[in-house]
Design a protein. Sequence first.
Length: 301
Amino acid sequence: MTIAVPAGSTGPHSIPTTDLSAGIAPHDLVLGAVSLASPDPGRLLAFYRDLLGLDVLAEGEATVLGAGGKPLVEILSRPSAPPAPRRAPGLFHMAIRVPDRASLAARLLALHGAGLRLGASDHLVSEALYVDDPDGNGVEIYRDLPRAEWPVQPDGSIAMQTLPLDLQALAREAKTAGGPAPAGTDMGHVHLKVSDLDAAKRFWVDTVGLTIMARYPGALFVSADGYHHHVGLNVWQSGGAPVPVAGTVGLDHFTVTLAADAFAALAARLAAAGVEAQPSNDGALRVTDPSGNGVKFRAAA
């Protein structure tokens, strides 16, 4: 099994901080569907259904796929959408989390059997596979190690690295090749390309209220509820790049659900910060971060 593995890297840690000026910090955070604009939705549908094992939950203006009834990927038909420049801000990868190592191994065999180029890493907190979908969107499939095994530093930060993953050992744990996504599969995190890391920090930490869990050269990892990260932010390709024109191929938005009190506090902070928010009929608020990445916040039912 020959697979391209990212080179190892390490970096400094940060003291977890949240410059939350007022209100309730985000808690009970759940990531929902990542919405993708695609010129060929049928091709994307086949990838997420047949290779990642997601169920088709809805079809129409948008195709929604998920696992266990939970929406994870929404495909928006945009036949004339132009490709985004490679350096443009946008989706670095979405990260679909599976519940155990055997499930990750099954997905490894399915993707390798399809002849796709894969990356693979041991991050100390998780084990991950990386692949691009047919539109070039980055997709991570990963499983978390037990939280008690995460290397928490004295300052409260979490040590994450990018180390080689023993794929032969992982493959031996597969009970099947591919198959439906198992119960417990969800969206673990979303990693964004941004043009300015300081501006991204002001939005995601100072306004949204997420906590910095780790800091590496050109990247921040932020979360709620002590998770290693719900949102990754990096300038590795996109530093200084302009916001892409609306309607390009790739990320349209992703959904974040918060406890009702945290959502109300967030809405007040967004207004105080002058962030334009578009309300929807279901009470959600859609905003864009300073790099033009769309996110829809909603309150838990």
